[in-house]
Design a protein around this ligand. Structure first.
Ligand SMILES: Nc1ncnc2c1ncn2[C@@H]1O[C@H](COP(=O)(O)OP(=O)(O)OP(=O)(O)O)[C@@H](O)[C@H]1O
Ligand SMILES: [Mg+2]
Length: 261
């Protein structure tokens, strides 16, 4: 895994890692919600393995369980049964402190609605994950500035979210998610509420991040053009993986190229 290492991290239990372990291994994963006293089976036996550096689109109809799966991969929710392992480490074997450490170290999130802190500037929002970890402003600022430059928003560092366009806000959220250099980036409909030109800019950023940092990216999307650009598409239906398509397509192929069926 490539790391630029400008912020030191404690090694996260890599000692147990076997080189043949996938980055994410999901085995017979099930999730049942209890709703008004009745069980609702939302994930009904998911098997999925994701290798380091992969770009994966998760697609499927509304209610198929895409967000639920993404939340479980991101350790924000627990499965009802089945296993999920990250770098060979079973999440079910971890207590909350260890899970939280893994989440901070390994996973960045981008959601449909950016969830930026309105009273802080773009720069401060990007710095926030570092500040929360106890790093100082001066330690975190250069990297936050660099990330803002990378996403083309160096000139908006002092703007608060209310002073940014929707696409700019989403790009700041992306920079924030990348601040701690997570090897895994999870995104849930990151361009769901943006126009198509702005969406394309953000889609391009995902490919650039993958290429530049080797970040593994799993993105839930309803955008067929974006999904078509991804080398792997996991199609979900009724809480199961319906199709898992790997193509040799180069992700840099233009979003304007005709989509293949
Ligand atoms: N906390 C919950 N309690 C009960 N049911 C839930 C809960 N969370 C999600 N569900 C149900 O689980 C199903 C799957 O939800 P999920 O959010 O994973 O769908 P999705 O594939 O992301 O859909 P969309 O494309 O609309 O975002 C839905 O039918 C939803 O109503
Ligand atoms: Mg969803």
């Amino acid at each position: 895994m490539r790391r630029r290492g400008c912020i030191p991290f404690k090694d996260f239990g890599t000692s147990r890692r076997n080189v043949s372990d996938p980055l994410v291994q999901i085995t017979d994963l099930k999730k049942t919600f209890n709703h008004l006293g009745r069980p609702l089976e939302v994930l009904r036996g998911i098997d999925l393995s994701i290798e380091p550096g992969e770009l994966v689109a998760i697609v499927g109809p509304s209610g198929a369980g895409k967000s639920t799966l993404l939340h479980i991969i991101g350790t924000l929710d627990l499965p009802t049964s089945g296993e999920i392992a990250i770098q060979g480490q079973l999440l079910s074997a971890m207590g909350e402190p260890k899970l939280a450490a893994l989440r901070n170290k390994m996973i960045g999130f981008v959601f449909q609605f950016h969830h930026l802190l309105p009273e802080f500037t773009a720069l401060e929002n990007v710095q926030m994950p570092g500040l929360i970890q106890g790093l100082s402003r001066s330690e975190t600022e250069p990297r936050a500035r660099k990330l803002l430059e990378e996403i083309g928003l160096g000139h908006r560092a002092t703007h608060r979210p209310g002073e940014l366009s929707g696409g700019e806000q989403q790009r700041v959220a992306l920079a924030r998610a990348l601040f701690l250099e997570p090897p895994i980036l999870l995104a849930d409909e990151p361009t769901g509420n943006l126009d198509s030109a702005t969406s394309d800019t953000i889609h391009d950023l995902f490919f650039e991040i993958n290429e530049k940092h080797g970040t593994t990216i799993v993105v839930v999307t309803h955008n067929p053009a974006f999904a078509e650009r991804m080398p792997r598409i996991v199609k979900m239906r009724d809480g199961k993986v319906d199709k898992d398509l790997r193509r040799g397509r180069h992700p840099k192929a233009s979003s304007n190229s005709p989509a293949e069926g």
